[in-house]
Design a protein around this ligand. Structure first.
Ligand code: CAA
Ligand code: FAD
Length: 379
C-alpha cells in the first residue's frame, strides 16, 4: 500500500493552489455577498486544463485521473466552495455521464467542448416533488419521429442559467417506475427552454442555483444519452462518483476553516498568552485536523478506486457522509476559535460555516447516504 501522491498529483495540487490563492480567493467574499457567478474564473480553469482533468486527450481532456480531479476540487474549495462546486457539477455530473454512456458522436461534440471549457455543464435530476425520491419524477419526454418532446420542470440546478449544456432526466415510459426514465443532453438555446427562479441561499452564494422549465422542447433523438429506460441507472451511477466530488469540496472547506483558525489562534492574546496556548483551543484544532485527515483519506481512496476501474459507490457515499459532517463540525468550531470576530464578515470562517451546510444536503442528503451505505454493506 502506498499513500504517497505521484509527482503529477503534487504538481496539479500546487498549480490549483496557486491559481486558487491568486485568482479565486481575492474575490470570494465579494462574490458571496453579491451572489455573483464569475465566468472568467471558469474560463481560467479551462486554460489550466481543469475542466477536463480525467478525460483522454482525444476528447479534449488532459488525460489525468479522478484523484487529480478531487485534489483540484479540494484546493478550490479551500478558498471558495462555490468555485469548487462549479467544477464538480461540470465535471462529475455533466461530463462523466457523456464519457461513460455517450455515443462517439456525443463525445466528440459535447464532451470535447465541456473538457475544453467551451461549454459549462449542469445536471437536472431534482424536481419540486422528487428530491430524495428520484422515482417520483414528473418531467416527461415523448418520442415523435426523430425527436422527443420534453415537458416539465427541474429545481435546485447548480450552474443553472449559466450552463451551456444540461443533462436532463425525464420519464419516457410512464408506469415503469425507475425503469421508465431516460437521460438527455439538452441545450439551453432550444425553443421552450427557460430558466425560472434563482434561489437566494445560505451558502455557496456565488454558485447559481435555479429552476429550469421545459415547454414542448424538441430534443433530437440523437441527444438521448444511453438507451431509453436507462436514465435512473445513469443518474445513480453518475451520483456514485459525483458524491466524492462533494466530499472533496467538504475537505477543502474544512481545511480552509482550520488554517484560518490556527493562524488566528496563534496571533490572538488573552490572559497574557496566545489563545492557542490553551489546551481548550489546541484540542479543538487537533480534533479538526484528525477529522480532516480521515475525510481526505476516504475521499482519495474512493477517487483511486474509480481511477483503477474498481467499485467505488459505497466508498464514495461514505466519503461524502463523513467529510460533510466533518466540514460542518470543523467550521462551527473554527467560528468558535475566532470568538465574536468569527461571527462577522471580517473573517472568512462564517462563510465557510454557511458553505459547509450544503455538503450535508446535496447529491443525496446525509440520510440518503446512510440508506445507500446500509443497503450496500448488508447486501
Ligand atoms: N448504480 C447502478 N444501479 C443502481 C444504483 C447504482 N448506484 N442504485 C440503484 N440502482 C438500480 C437498482 O439496482 C434498481 O435496479 P432494478 O430496477 O434493475 O432492480 C433500480 O436502480 C432502483 O433502485 P432502488 O430500488 O435502490 O431505488 P430507490 O427508488 O429506492 O432510490 C435512492 C434509491 C438511493 C434513494 C435514490 O433515489 C437516490 O439516490 N436519491 C437521492 C437523490 C440525489 O442524490 N440527488 C442528487 C441530485 S444532484 C445534486 O444534488 C447536484 C449537486 O449537488 C451539485
Ligand atoms: P427531501 O427529499 O424532501 O428531504 C427532506 C428531509 O427528509 C431531508 O432531511 C432528508 O434526508 C429526509 N428524508 C427524505 N427521505 C428520507 C428517507 N427515506 N429516510 C430518511 N430521511 C429521509 N439537484 C439536481 O438535480 N442538480 C443539481 O445541480 C442540484 N444542485 C443543488 C444545489 C443546492 C444549493 C441545493 C440546495 C440542492 C441541489 N440539488 C440539485 C437538489 C438536492 O440534491 C436535493 O435538495 C436533495 O437531494 C434533497 O432533496 P429535497 O430537497 O427535495 O429534500
Amino acid at each position: 500500500m502506498n499513500f504517497k501522491l505521484t509527482e503529477e498529483h503534487e504538481m496539479i495540487r500546487k498549480m490549483v493552489r496557486d491559481f486558487a490563492e491568486k485568482d479565486v480567493a481575492p474575490t470570494a467574499a465579494e462574490r458571496d455577498e453579491e451572489e455573483r457567478f464569475d465566468r472568467s474564473i471558469f474560463n481560467k480553469m479551462a486554460d489550466l486544463g481543469l475542466t477536463g482533468i480525467p478525460w483522454p486527450e482525444e476528447y479534449g481532456g488532459i488525460g489525468s485521473d479522478y484523484l487529480a480531479y478531487v485534489i483540484a476540487v479540494e484546493e478550490l474549495s479551500r478558498v471558495c466552495a462555490s468555485t469548487g462546486v462549479t467544477l464538480s457539477a461540470h465535471l462529475s455530473l455533466a461530463s462523466w455521464p457523456i464519457f461513460k454512456f455517450g455515443t462517439e458522436e456525443q463525445k466528440k461534440h459535447y464532451l470535447r467542448a465541456l473538457a475544453q471549457g467551451e461549454m459549462l455543464g449542469a445536471f437536472g435530476l431534482s424536481e419540486a416533488g422528487a428530491g430524495s425520491d428520484v422515482s417520483s419524477m414528473k418531467t416527461k419526454a415523448v418520442r415523435k419521429e426523430d425527436h422527443y418532446v420534453l415537458n416539465g420542470s427541474k429545481v435546485w440546478i447548480t450552474n443553472g442559467g449559466v450552463a451551456d449544456l444540461y443533462i436532463i432526466f425525464a420519464i419516457t415510459e410512464p408506469g415503469q417506475g425507475t425503469r421508465g426514465m431516460s437521460a438527455f443532453i439538452v441545450e439551453p438555446g432550444w425553443e421552450g427552454f427557460s430558466v425560472g427562479k434563482k434561489e437566494k441561499k445560505l451558502g455557496i452564494r456565488s454558485s447559481p442555483t435555479t429552476e429550469l422549465i421545459f415547454e414542448d422542447v424538441k430534443v433530437p433523438a440523437s441527444n438521448l444519452l444511453g438507451k431509453e429506460g436507462e436514465g435512473f441507472k445513469i443518474a445513480m451511477m453518475t451520483l456514485d462518483g459525483g458524491r466524492n466530488g462533494i466530499a472533496a469540496q467538504a475537505v477543502g472547506i474544512a481545511q480552509g476553516a482550520m488554517d484560518a483558525a490556527i493562524d488566528y489562534a496563534k496571533g490572538r492574546e488573552q490572559f497574557g498568552k496566545t489563545i492557542l496556548a490553551n489546551q481548550g483551543v489546541s484540542f479543538k484544532i487537533a480534533d479538526m485536523a484528525t477529522g480532516i485527515e480521515a475525510s481526505r483519506l476516504l475521499t482519495y481512496q474512493a477517487a483511486w478506486l474509480e481511477s483503477e476501474g474498481l467499485s467505488y459507490g459505497k466508498e464514495s457515499a461514505m466519503s461524502k457522509l463523513f467529510a460533510g459532517d466533518t466540514a460542518m463540525k470543523v467550521t462551527v468550531e473554527a467560528v468558535q476559535v475566532f470568538g465574536g470576530y468569527g461571527y462577522t464578515k471580517d473573517y472568512p470562517v462564517e462563510r465557510f460555516m454557511r458553505d459547509a451546510k450544503i455538503t450535508q444536503i446535496y447529491e443525496g442528503t446525509q440520510e440518503i447516504q446512510r440508506l445507500v451505505i446500509g443497503r450496500m454493506v448488508s447486501k
